[in-house]
Design a binder for this molecule. Structure first.
Ligand code: 13P
Ligand code: SF4
Length: 303
């Protein structure tokens, strides 16, 4: 038995003993995706976290994702197997910044990408993910203007799908923001038959070159349903594992092999086994912040 096989067996036994569910984001390492009960995008993972009957949620992703699960499940134990897995974009705005935005833009609803801290969510009107941002924006029927935080690229993407004025914070995901139109053009020249599928966290000039713009699970659904055979993938490379596993007859190329999120790659099998054994590192949100953040997350889930 290899050490991975031993750890996988250990995780299976502990998962049962603890009545735990293992949720993994689509960017997690392949081996983690394979042992998870559900691998998906931020929206579906939030939904699953709300619906689960498990006592323990092991969130294989980054801190804000486990925090969202904790916001929705105050009575469950939520663990993030590697406590240092954070999100560079979530760290680009603070709750204080949001309070200042509210003062500067009185009456303008604040739409906050789930890639944000609980404190930031607590100061927001509603949350959104890359999968539902346009629906969330459209749900504000009367308001002529909205303020989107913290991702400028997601905000500019949303602005293309609405007549409302979209104000935005100038945060970004370093992994998606560094992808240039020039890199996409080169990749397209190398694979002229491939469809280019991009994540809304990419720059507008990159999205201009895309055949499809969608969330990570949107990419999985699109690739499966498409009669096309080859695809250039414009997001974090972890998703290639699921794309290739689900579509053995199709070909997937990363648009850039540099699109790797180091925080998403921190989770190991040993971390998960330890988390199940010790129920640490536990993610806990102070009740006052949790209740305020819950309003914004619930409002999103109801849309
Ligand atoms: P989605 O899986 O919701 O598309 O999110 C992408 C992301 O950046 C998560 O960190
Ligand atoms: Fe944050 Fe970008 Fe990593 Fe997602 S891919 S966790 S947005 S830094």
């Amino acid at each position: 038995m290899s050490s991975d096989e031993r750890l996988i067996a250990e995780i299976a036994a502990l998962r049962k003993e603890r009545n735990a569910v293992i949720l993994a984001h689509n960017y997690q390492p392949g081996i983690i995706q394979d042992i998870a009960d559900l691998t998906s995008d931020s929206l579906e993972l939030s939904r699953k976290a709300r619906e689960t009957n498990a006592d323990v949620i092991v969130f294989c992703g980054v801190h804000f994702m486990a925090e969202t699960a904790a916001i929705l499940n105050p009575d469950k134990v939520v663990v993030l197997p590697n406590a240092s897995a954070g999100c560079a974009m979530a760290d680009m705005i603070t709750a204080r910044d949001v309070v200042r935005i509210r003062e500067d833009y009185p009456g303008v609803p604040i739409v906050t990408y789930v890639n944000s801290t609980a404190e930031v969510k607590a100061e927001s009107t509603v949350c959104c993910t890359s999968a539902n941002v346009n629906r969330v924006v459209a749900s504000f029927k009367e308001e002529p203007a909205l303020y989107l935080i913290p991702d400028q690229n997601l905000a500019l993407y949303a602005a293309r799908h609405t007549d409302k004025t979209i104000h935005y914070w100038k945060g970004y995901c370093p992994i998606h923001h560094r992808l240039t139109a020039e890199t996409v053009r080169r990749a397209r020249d190398a694979h002229p038959d491939a469809l280019f599928v991009a994540h809304p966290e990419c720059r507008p000039e990159v999205l201009d070159l895309a055949d499809v713009v969608t969330s990570t699970s949107g990419m999985l659904r699109f690739a499966k349903a498409s009669s096309h055979r080859s695809f250039l993938i414009g997001t974090e490379t972890g998703i290639l594992h699921a794309l290739r596993r689900d579509n053995p007859d199709k070909v997937f190329y990363p648009v850039s092999t540099e699109m790797v999120c180091p925080d998403m790659k921190k989770t190991t099998l040993a971390d998960i086994a330890r988390s199940l054994e010790t129920l640490t590192p536990r993610v806990h949100v102070p009740e006052e912040i949790r209740l305020k953040a819950l309003r914004a997350v619930e409002r999103m889930l109801q849309i």
